[in-house]
Design a protein. Sequence first.
Length: 127
Amino acid sequence: MLVQMTVRGIALDPITNMPIIILKDVDERKALPIWVGIFEANAIALELEKVTTPRPMTHDLLKSVLDGLGVTVRQVIVNDLKDNTFFAVIELNHNGTVINRGLSWACSTSARSRGSPKKTRKTMRKL
């Protein structure tokens, strides 16, 4: 069973100073903090704040390519946790194609595509 979540913001870990993406379920009862790198957090923050950059970022290029091909992001599913790294599947709505990528990359692409990340209950149990 999938639980729909949204990217609610980015915080800083007070001990490590590493960015944390905060995913929350639609009822805001559960949160899933995900530690990411500075560059990934920056890419997500720019989209959340609707800041445009002088040149497109890699995620913007991918979004433009998907738009040009008539492909949209259906959903992002956080489907695994291995060695303290979350993994996700990006489901595209074109010919049933599924792409596996790291979660921060998937969240950044999802934010730009107006998709919403979801996670499996199995993944939540691993926390």
